[in-house]
Design a protein around this ligand. Structure first.
Ligand code: ZN
Length: 422
């Protein structure tokens, strides 16, 4: 039923090529895009540290015509890409906090959650998703491998510091009973050996339990040219079609799905055991709107060409600014900035520094693959560089308002889909 030749990088301390589809095992994957070699996005060396050798990994995007799954061509050991000191926290982004509050409102009504129902979040990060469920008096449990669990614990979200596996699922069920809801937001595309993850989720779910996932949406990724979200944490890039195909292999049926605004365009997908819940009409509508077959192949060719052109356009913009002697800063250091910077070839000679808000764990480090320092954003207001490039361009409007409010007077440029002053 499942692919025999599953690429497993965990425990290798390195990487392994993905030679057949992660979902269906199809061996003839089609190359969509090559971004070259990239450093892991969390490989941020401290400012001033002596330069040492660092691993870089090939970054290629492939398409499986058999099950429609877009995927990376390489699996990197999770110990490398999710180190315990992983500096990402979801609670610092307002859009994510709002999204998870809205998820709670939607799910608690649609699923008629009872007060003591158990909600388990896989890849629970700092507990931002579970916080509204806890306020709603449901039992919550996070599962998260990194040290970010300390932040979750401080806000009262019980969290198991483990990678999610079928064994962990069994242990959780034995201790807490079956879950009414299992959620996986922005991690269901990240974990390798996806089939054992889904088996673990099935084991954890009550017979009428519901699995809710939120993932970056591959159709929106192509429409808005978000190739910068391609990096090694993201092993898979789901359309609704490919996600439904994967879940169906385990007897799970998608019964509700809709687009949500997080990460520049994601999908929220509800699934339950086949036949347990009525399937809403929005599922068929979304599936019908997705390209497949030859239409998808044509779409992929356009995407590849547009990515290349966007790189050349951004370089032309940078060249013009530099010829006029402009000082250029960067706004925020999300993971996606690493892909953009390294693919386009921006470095410390072009970007003086990248700003993060006070409290960010990235301050004092350098952008992956470069010596561009990450500093506290007060420097931006003191030095007033001529121009700032917004790396979190998917939330540029929110950031621009804040930056103008705090007194930044320089140009603000978003790099994608085409460089644009905002
Ligand atoms: Zn496949």
């Amino acid at each position: 039923m499942f692919p025999e030749k599953v690429a497993r990088a965990a425990g290798t301390g390195a990487s392994v090529p993905i030679e057949c589809c992660q979902a269906c095992g199809h061996a003839l994957l089609e190359n969509v895009l090559s971004l070259g070699y990239m450093p892991p996005v969390n490989q941020m060396v401290a400012i001033g540290e002596v330069a040492r050798q660092q691993p870089w990994f090939p970054t290629n995007l492939f398409y499986c015509a058999q099950c429609e799954l877009m995927q990376l061509g390489l699996a990197v050991d999770p110990a490398i890409i999710f180190p315990p000191e992983y500096p990402y926290t979801s609670g610092t982004t307002r859009l994510l906090r709002d999204n998870f509050r809205e998820l709670y409102s939607e799910a608690s009504v649609m699923l008629k959650l009872g007060p003591r129902d158990l909600v388990v979040d896989i890849g629970s990060n700092d507990g931002t998703l579970l916080a509204p469920f806890k306020l709603g008096d449901h039992r919550v449990l996070g599962i998260e491998p990194t040290d970010v669990v300390k932040i979750a614990a401080a806000r009262g979200i019980p969290t198991l510091q483990r990678y999610f596996t079928p064994e962990v699922a069994a242990a959780v069920r034995a201790e807490h009973g079956p879950a009414r809801v299992v959620t996986a937001a922005n991690c269901f595309a990240h974990i390798e050996d996806i089939h054992s993850i889904v088996e673990g989720i099935l084991h954890l779910l009550a017979p009428d339990g519901v699995f809710i996932s939120e993932s970056h949406y591959v159709i929106g990724l192509m429409d808005r040219l978000q190739y910068d979200t391609v990096y090694h944490e993201h092993l898979r890039y789901y359309s609704l079609g490919s996600l439904a195909n994967l879940l169906r292999m385990h007897g799970l049926e998608v019964f509700h799905a809709r687009p949500i605004p997080t990460h520049g365009g994601s999908i929220r997908v509800y699934a339950a055991r086949s036949g347990v819940r009525p399937v809403s009409a929005d599922v068929a509508a979304m599936l019908a709107a997705e390209p497949r077959g030859e239409a998808m192949r044509a779409r992929l060719v356009t995407f590849r060409k547009d990515v290349l052109l966007s790189k050349l356009r951004l370089l032309a913009t940078m060249r013009e600014l530099k010829e006029n002697g402009a000082r250029i800063a960067g706004i925020s250091a999300p993971s996606r900035a690493s892909t953009l910077i390294n693919y386009v070839g921006l470095d410390e000679a072009i970007i003086d520094y990248v700003c993060e808000i006070p409290g960010s764990l990235k301050i004092g480090k350098t952008m992956p693959g470069t010596a561009i320092p990450v500093v506290e954003e007060s420097r931006l207001f003191e030095e007033q560089p001529d121009c700032a490039i917004v790396f979190s361009w998917h939330i540029a409007e929110e950031l621009a308002l804040k930056l103008r409010d705090k007194g930044f007077r320089g140009k603000l440029i978003t790099p994608l889909p085409v460089p644009r002053e905002i």
